[in-house]
Design a protein around this ligand. Structure first.
Ligand code: AMP
Length: 293
């Protein structure tokens, strides 16, 4: 496995690949868990060469968020990537991606219908920061495809929109969320939880399941389910931020006839912010199988 820190060095290695070799990019912020490794395995199945990137991107963190304390575990990450057969790891420094400083970089502006709701409502500029760094990685690596997790569903929709709007010749592949045995979605931020918070954490996914079942049975309206879900989260020890039902294709408000609904939620346990989502009708085609917009 090649570990590459400089953009020029990465370009030289990529230029040496056979012309017909397809390249998959898997962007991460490191502190890798089984969720990330599922993306790597999917990338390996779909491309000749896998480039994993590890970069804690300062411009997607807001003031007071966890940029400084975000777990950085590069050596352990490299061991895991070696074991799943990743060929190249790109580990850029902040200075190499943002030579004039993170605040001075030219940025993408994600349209507000996607970026200003759900997670974007409490994290202004977050998705602009994500889209900007992913567009830079696309330009640097020039992959044929890129793999992302459904765990960050709104991010996946933002990146699909970016690829379409800016005509990136990159296939976006989505991978379902990997979970702990008790249902908690794997996340680097789970490591922040105290023992008692960790015991509460599975309530997030449980609540999504209860709300989805209620919608399937038609017992409550969308608005009633959203309010009830927030209450269940509060009772479960969360300080909920949102619990919302949306059309899974474009995150618009669910129309009466739409059958492909997704419930998304975010909430805090102490200082740790967790997110999760669940398709209401799992038999509906997966988002990854549908044309995005
Ligand atoms: P991050 O390192 O948190 O930026 O995540 C890097 C990629 O891994 C993103 O595409 C995430 O959606 C994906 N990811 C994170 N957690 C999971 C999970 N539990 N299951 C599947 N993919 C995940």
């Amino acid at each position: 496995m090649k570990v590459i820190e400089e953009i020029d060095a990465l370009h030289r290695i990529l230029a040496g690949l056979p012309g017909e070799a397809s390249v998959a990019l898997v962007p991460t912020m490191g502190n890798l868990h089984q969720g990330h490794l599922a993306l790597m395995r999917e990338a390996r199945k779909r491309a000749h060469q896998v480039v994993a990137s590890i970069f804690v991107n300062p411009i997607q963190f807001g003031p007071g968020e966890d940029f400084e304390r975000y777990p950085r575990t590069v050596e352990a990450d490299l061991d895991k990537l070696r074991k799943v057969g990743v060929g190249m790891v790109f580990l850029p420094s902040v200075a190499s991606l943002y030579p004039r400083g993170p605040e001075s970089v030219t940025r993408l502006k994600v349209p507000s219908d996607l970026a200003d709701q759900l997670c974007g409502a409490s994290r202004p500029g977050h998705f602009d920061g994500v889209a900007t760094v992913v567009s830079k990685l696309f330009n640097i690596v020039q992959p044929d495809l890129a793999v992302f997790g459904e765990k960050d569903y709104q991010q996946l929709m933002v990146l699909r929109r970016m690829v379409q709007d800016l005509n990136f010749p990159v296939d976006v592949v989505a991978v379902p969320t990997e979970r702990e045995d008790d249902g908690l979605a794997m996340s680097s931020r789970n490591g922040y939880l105290s023992e008692s918070e960790r015991r509460c954490a599975p309530r997030l996914f449980e609540t999504l399941g209860i709300c989805a079942e209620s919608l399937r049975l038609g017992r409550k309206s969308v608005e009633e389910v959203e309010q009830w879900g927030m209450q269940l989260l509060r009772e479960g020890g969360f300080e909920p931020e949102y619990l919302a039902v949306r059309d899974a294709v474009d995150l618009s408000m669910p129309g009466p006839d739409a059958r492909d609904w997704i419930i998304l939620a975010a909430g805090r346990l102490g200082t740790t912010r967790l997110i999760d989502n669940l398709r209401v009708y799992p038999d509906a085609l997966l988002a990854s199988e549908r044309p995005p917009f």
